[in-house]
Ligand binder design. Sequence first.
Ligand code: PHE
Ligand code: ZN
Length: 886
Amino acid sequence: MDLPKEIFLKDYKKPDYLFDTVDLEFQLGDEKTIVTSNIAVSPGNEGTSSPLALNGRDLKLLSIKINGTELKSDKYTVDPRHLTILTPPAGVFNMEIVTEIYPQLNTSLEGLYRSTGNFCTQCEAEGFRKITYFQDRPDVMAKYTCRIEGDKTLYPVLLSNGNLIEQGDLEGGKHYALWEDPFKKPCYLFALVAGQLECREDSFVTCSGRKVTLRIWTPAQDLPKTSHAMYSLKEAMKWDEEVFGLEYDLDLFNIVVVPDFNMGAMENKSLNVFQSRLVLASPEAATDGDYAAILGVIGHEYFHNWTGNRVTCRDWFQLTLKEGLTVFRDQEFSSDLGCRTVKRIADVSKLRSYQFPQDAGPMAHPIRPLSYIKMDNFYTVTVYEKGAEVVRMYKTMLGASGFRKGMDLYFQRHDGQAVTCEDFYAAMCDANNAQLPNFLQWYSQAGTPTVKATSSYDEGSQTFSLKLSQEVPPTPGQPMKEPMFIPVAVGLVDSTGEDMPLTSIYSDGMVQTLSNDGHPVFTTVLQFKKTEEEFIFNNVPERPVPSLLRGYSAPIRLDSDLTESDLYFLLANDSDEFNRWEAGQILARKLMFSLVADFQQQKTLALNTKFVDGLRAILRSTSLDKEFIAKAITLPGQGEIMDMMSIADPDAVHAVRTFIKKELAFQLKDDLLAAVTSNRSSEAYVFNHDSVARRALKNTCLAYLASLNEPDVTELALNEYKSATNMTEQFAALAALSQNPGQVREDALLDFYNKWQQDYLVVSKWFALQATSDIPGNVANVRKLLAHPAFDMRNPNKVYSLIGGFCGSPVSFHAKDGSGYKFLGEVVLQLDKINPQVASRMVSAFSRWRRYDETRQALAKAQLEMIISANGLSENVYEIASKSLA
Ligand code: PHE
Ligand code: ZN
């Protein structure tokens, strides 16, 4: 392997040459595809005469012409990664490059590849260089045309970005299509699709009256499954107009479904590409979770048209500029269409379970990384999810209308440009005349800040004091940290459970009077900017219970001095529903930690009755949202708890979580049964919040009950499984049953497979369910499934379901005998030969090996060392493995 090169943000330089127009021509063939690229080049800096270096990988160069004349071979150099034109002409010139590529051999799924026979491209981040030699970087923006030629029977549909301006038949059974995209774009947004596809067509009339044709392309048999995706797209288009004033800018919008895709989906200009799971849905075969994911991701990719495409990134370090912002937008979209609190809970849980561990491990990086070896490795929960939290903080501080002003200014200033995170920050500040000192630290410091809060009430002066202190932990390459700007949303709850009006706050030597256009203020956002700060609330008539970090106003770990009884009080009363849930979670975490300690000291485990009573009250509530109840009675995940231990102990956490679950099921059995029965419905499946919430509550309760593994509840779960008329309930019943090893489980799993073996998306769920199972000896089961005829190592979705699922399950993956580690080690090496991006996502499961006991450490480390010493390892896997060992 060539020594992998690390690339640094600080080394950014503008491109020497600009590309004004790019005219591409593809001759698609089964054995080879010929790509002709015609580029109008102009000097980037006045009078540049430097060589023009183009990126390229796995390309066969056929010819190169400058201004129509073949370039002699001593005028350029070619190496495995570049084509360099040594002395380009001064001024504007034309460059034509012809290359040959082999999409049918491309299993990396970047560049041009085949998926079930069809041609498809994936260019983000650096896949365009696998199609032709190019300055493959996002700050090179050009207008593109794309002419596609191919066999008419094999590839009846030929798609690219923009408008179709010409098409026709050619000799020899071929045909062609010519596409033109009027908007300048970076090459990562280029796309081509060709093959046998049919479309669902619909239309949307924009706010200015433009009629947009909408098409969703899939193999013919899946067309009926595209109606929810089409609904989602139209809702997204409407929402972006209403909330951000952003209108679609072309007459055509295409979505293509491909089974083989590395990521979720891709926002190519007017030609989004999705993996099947995120488009195709029917009530029988997709769950509420799938429906919600489709809504969110269709929205996400559509929203990129403005945040990513019209305004793009200067370089890949700025990825969060488009991803953090677009995730924030899709979260808000889903909130507005569903239930805000429940969506917030789901997003925060995701952050805690996946991003916090990353931020505390060897791969920790700021939302804008400072360096990378392979950009593919930085499409992370940090860049995406923490990035979205950072965007959310602007809105929390500036208010909804201030945030909108900032967005408007951002588009006004930067439409058509490739910009940086500072540009976004400047637009937010300038539009609001606001100063957000040291807020930019969020872009450069890694690690999750910990905030300690202590409070006291003084009856004499009727004041309530809140002292905050913060600490940002050291992360690789960043031993010392500066204090961050943390917005802390606070309310004070009185003894009757009502919010107190907040009138004035004293901090930093100043008194701030609070008012909201004459209305009382019940939640205020404290701007906490120093290592330590005290905030004193005036005119507080009685000792309040503070409700801190309402709505989770910053991506931090909060450690407060609230007592258990304060927390039970908030669980029952807080007007901020998010914080009601949070109070329950904090109580559950405390309980789990104390039981983990008991378990480790081999004490008998016992559940305190207050906790059971608290959950019973929630479960019995008739006023709370049902999906909220489902979330509130769900215990924090094993990963979340392990992440908070000094030495992660998967066995103890698993034992304790299982114990609490069963004990709750036992003590709340009647209420749980009642919830299952009263939340059945004979109506046909609809995807709306009320129905989703009803099913969520029913399914959560069923899982509790089935954990008891008693004949009556097993019977109940079996009945639910058999009588289910939609996948949400059928799969939940199957999952409930499969908690307990034994014949019932085996029979149900087999029955399910036999029913659904024709539907590979459902089969993937079946893989995932077994992969994530914590039944004893599951490593061997998963090994067996690897050889199952329905499994295919080349399909990322199946790999994520089976291998990814397995790695996410603490018990089997961290099996004390190392069998889980050994299994993953073998799989990673196999996968790396096929698809480095997917392999590198899988190897990440090893990255936190130092968090475990010495035995596990040694076993996991041995696998990492085995991987890193393998021949021909990809840069992708090398980067993760080497950083994990460092
Ligand atoms: N840009 C895509 C998104 O988040 C993700 C993606 C990255 C897809 C790289 C493919 C390759 O919307
Ligand atoms: Zn995105």
